[in-house]
Design a protein around this ligand. Structure first.
Ligand SMILES: [Fe+2]
Ligand SMILES: [Fe+2]
Length: 395
């Protein structure tokens, strides 16, 4: 007996809001052949898999397919989705086969592949064995490597992942949330002398210089999306601020005997609402907002008077830049569909995870004293308060 209806759903839990099921794809009329339609509809609406919790006791995001067949309502997850949908005879089914396998951790993980699950949707094309899609990772902040893979899905609902040569090699990169906004794909190479005061400020200068380009690019994107003039003007002003920060940081680096490297350009890319919204939430609402708080801390805790003076001005600007990111996020949210909204929230949760991981790194004691960086223990306390404040700004 064929199914009456199926829905591909994702439960989104970003830790601070109730779990919410978002429907990515619908087909058919639920319960149309059920003997007791009302009971079937209620079970269909509420169907979800058993809850899985992470180590902190928070429910994990779940992705699943819900179907109704006569009076029966069922939930399917993981690689079973491909087998359930077989024969795979359209792009949506091919997409679902790969999407659900990967997000259930049964194939190379999201982290290894480096891109958001929703990027799959609608990008498969017919191939001799079934359907194929070449994916290039993106959209996950300036440290994301750009890797390429091909997904082959056959008619039986199984798939394989074929690695391809990377579009752009990316050096080993840890997250340094300093200096301001970056842009996706920007090649970020940590300086080998970053643990020394001079090297640290030289790296800050490099990041600040890269932020100039990131804000100019943001302004171009806002223009392309017909954003209000006020937002565009603020992006341009931010670019000018970052140019000043780069000069000031270069001067600090010079005082400690170091010279910044020239910034390298990131790759060209196409503009769309989803990409801009994701990059804005990651680079602006998470990393730059955190950088603003760290700069504020440094401004009062650095032993060196010049550092305190410089960071006081930087902190003021970075706080304004972070506020701009939240305003842009609100404007973009009005233009985003449900699927993009899910991707934005997933990207934010992912960026917060990367930031939290970074907080475990204890800065060298010289950077804590001379540059005023918070210790790991203090940074974790600041993070809790910061998170609450950014939650309020985001709502
Ligand atoms: Fe900034
Ligand atoms: Fe900056």
């Amino acid at each position: 007996m064929p199914v009456d209806a199926l829905q591909l759903r994702v439960d989104v839990n970003d830790m601070y809001l109730p779990v919410e099921a978002v429907v990515f794809y619908r087909q058919g009329t639920p319960c149309s052949s059920a003997p007791d339609e009302a009971s079937c509809m209620s079970r269909f609406a509420n169907a979800r898999p058993a809850e899985v919790k992470n180590e902190n006791g928070l429910p994990l995001n779940q992705e699943y397919l819900v179907y109704s067949r006569g009076g029966e309502v069922g939930v399917v997850q993981g690689t079973a989705v491909g087998a359930f949908l077989a024969p795979i005879d359209n792009e949506s089914e091919a997409t679902a086969t790969v999407f659900y396998s990967i997000t259930r951790g049964l194939a190379p993980s999201f982290e290894q592949l480096g891109f958001a699950p929703g990027c799959f949707l609608g990008q498969f094309k017919p191939s001799p064995a079934g359907f194929s899609s070449i994916q290039e990772n993106h959209l996950d902040g300036f440290c994301s490597p750009r890797r390429r893979v091909r997904y082959d899905v056959d008619r039986k609902g199984t798939h394989k992942v074929v690695p391809l040569a990377p579009a752009m090699p990316v050096p080993n990169c840890k997250l340094p949330p300093i200096g301001g906004r970056q842009s996706e794909g920007h090649p970020c190479e940590r300086r080998p002398d970053r643990d020394e005061v001079g090297g640290f400020f030289a790296e800050c200068a490099e990041m600040e210089a890269a932020s100039v380009g990131a804000f100019l690019q943001l302004e171009a994107e806002l223009r392309a999306l017909a954003a209000p003039r006020a937002l565009r003007r603020r992006a341009l002003r931010s670019a000018r601020d970052e140019a000043s920060h780069a000069r000031w940081m270069r001067a600090l680096a010079g005082r400690f005997g170091k010279t910044p490297r020239r910034p390298r350009r990131g790759p060209e890319r196409t503009i769309d609402v989803a990409a801009v919204a994701i990059e804005n939430v990651v680079e602006g609402c998470v990393f730059e907002a955190w950088a603003a708080l760290v700069a504020t801390w440094q401004a009062t805790h650095a032993r060196d008077e010049n550092v305190r003076k410089t960071l006081t001005r930087v902190a003021e600007d970075e706080t304004r830049h972070a506020a701009l990111s939240f305003d842009i996020a609100r404007w973009l949210a009005m233009r985003c569909d449900d699927q993009t909204a899910v991707l934005v929230r997933a990207a934010r949760a992912n960026a917060l995870g990367r930031l939290r991981a970074h907080l475990d790194e204890e800065p060298p004691s010289e950077l804590q004293s001379v540059a005023g960086l918070p210790s790991a223990a203090i940074a974790k306390k600041l993070y809790v308060a910061w998170l609450e404040a950014t939650e309020r700004m985001a709502s």
